[in-house]
Design a protein around this ligand. Structure first.
Ligand code: UD1
Ligand code: MG
Length: 457
């Protein structure tokens, strides 16, 4: 196998996106486009990956970290000029170089591998990944001679009316002989409608030098979609969403309505879990087996065990154990640790709290900055008073505690093991083990008082 290198083009501004955010950083199914490209390229055995950065260089670098090397393109003079910037890293090396645009997020590693395989088999100096587009507007067109050989690529803006009828498009992904690439690049000019140095011109240059140039025709245009504006962005989102949902379904997850289920790229879901309509599962969420999520739920970066139910609820950056029941209409905020068999019922908000095994907050509670032990029952409407306007304080509720309805637990405070708090109490002092704490005004019944009031009027 020859040495392999890759160049990812990601220096453009993305004018057509009309956005403050640099084009290649726009997310598709929750992950920036250029990250999708890197993640796929990383599945191939590549020695050096060089990402060409320019607009938003720092932000792109921040996103990709040390997963690749970088070359800076200070002025964006075209895709050929962009590839030239990788010269200091790659020139003179022998092997093959894959070039991919950072705005084609859907190309799979297996397609890149097939492109490389054809390139090696045909001993070509360049192999283009092409596809057939029903609406090829905007793409470079692949022009072939009468005997079907690739001759050159013409950009949409430079193409004649006839050439624009050609439906075979350049996907912007190529495999080159590394040395042939860098020597051909020197011959690219910018005499064209856009005044740019076009990478696709390398094809004609190699061809005219008598080199072998070939094309790998993808049968799936969707995979090669280039995202230049927000319409294409939404198409990419739709295509990838379908691909992700199908993958989960094939792995044994039931998705009741894939059209309204939004699962981001890095999410993992176990077998026999059911995802109900209107649900978004985002970030690095991991959901176990036999869970039920949704309808209308949003799960962001949560790790969820097996057999857990989450209905009409939002959970973020938290851990949720096995056989937990959440919702409907619950909100689990970041840094919460909801342990096995817990019940978080309707209109309950949990923030940065541990909830021990088997504990319950079934209705209308706010539990923030709390450590709740095992088998605790938090009555309807009870809250932790964790904030004095300046600082946040901890509430500790030990195992087997029973908090009566509508209690305020003013932190910092500890309710020790097995204690009871009477309904309506405002607890400001620690409650000892197995004590009953009552902290409310005594009830006074004034006999016949109403009658007197009425009589006096
Ligand atoms: C490009 C191809 C076109 C192909 C299409 C596939 C050229 C001239 N045209 O057109 O044949 O059909 O992709 O999607 O190559 N970039 C830089 N530096 C630059 C210019 C661009 O890094 O100076 C990067 C961009 O960030 C982008 C990629 O190169 O990720 C492609 O540039 P873009 O402007 O999107 O080219 P297209 O018009 O889509
Ligand atoms: Mg593009």
């Amino acid at each position: 196998m020859s040495n392999r290198y890759a160049i990812i083009l990601a220096a453009g501004q993305g004018t057509r996106m009309k956005s403050k955010l640099y084009k290649v950083l726009h997310p598709v199914c929750g992950k920036p486009m250029v990250q999708h490209v890197i993640d796929q390229v990383n599945q191939l055995q590549i020695e050096d990956i060089v990402t060409v950065i320019g607009h938003g260089a720092e932000k792109v670098q921040e996103q990709l970290g040390d997963s690749c090397k970088y070359a800076l393109q200070e002025q964006q003079l075209g895709t050929a000029h962009a590839v030239m910037q990788a010269e200091s890293v790659l020139a003179g090396k022998s092997g093959i170089t894959l070039v991919i645009c950072g705005d084609t997020p859907l190309i799979k590693a297996e397609t890149m591998e097939a492109l490389i395989a054809l390139h090696e088999k045909s001993q070509a100096k360049a192999t283009i990944l092409t596809a057939y587009a029903d609406q090829p507007d905007g793409y470079g067109r692949v022009l072939r001679s009468e005997n079907g050989l690739v001759e050159k690529i013409v950009e949409h803006k430079d193409a004649s009316v006839e050439e624009r009828y050609v439906k075979e498009i350049n996907t912007g992904t190529y495999c080159f002989d590394n040395q042939a690439l860098f020597s051909a690049l020197k011959k690219v000019s910018n005499e064209n409608v856009q005044g740019e140095y076009y990478l696709p011109d390398v094809i004609e240059i190699l061809k005219q030098a008598g080199e072998t140039v070939t094309a790998f025709q993808s049968s799936n245009f969707d995979e090669t979609l280039g995202v230049n504006d927000r319409v294409a962005l939404s198409q990419a989102e739709q295509i990838l969403r379908k691909r992700i949902n199908e993958l989960h379904m094939r792995n044994g997850v039931t998705i009741v309505d894939p059209l309204t289920t939004y699962i981001e790229s890095d999410v993992k879901i176990g077998q026999d879990s059911i995802i109900y309509p209107g649900t978004m599962i985002k970030g690095r969420s991991v959901i176990g087996t036999d869970c039920q999520v949704g309808p209308q739920s949003e799960i962001i970066n949560c790790v969820i065990g097996n057999g857990t139910e989450i209905r009409q609820s939002v959970a973020q950056d938290s851990q949720i154990g096995n056989t937990v029941k959440v919702g409907p209409f619950a909100h689990i905020r970041p840094e919460s640790d909801i342990q096995d068999s817990v019940k978080i019922g309707n209109f309950v908000e949990i923030k940065k709290s541990v909830f021990g095994k088997g504990s319950k907050a079934s209705h209308l509670s706010y539990i923030g900055d709390a450590e709740v032990g095992e088998n605790v029952n938090i009555g309807c409407g009870s809250i932790t008073v964790n904030y004095d306007g300046k600082n946040k304080y901890l509430t500790k509720i030990e195992d087997d505690v029973f908090i009566g309805c509508n209690s305020n637990l003013v932190a910092p405070v500890t309710i020790a093991k097995g204690a009871y708090v009477a309904a309506g109490s405002t607890i400001t002092k620690d409650v000892p083990q197995e004590a009953l704490s009552v902290a409310r005004a005594r009830q006074v019944n004034k006999e016949d008082y109403v009658k007197k009031l009425k009589f006096n009027n």
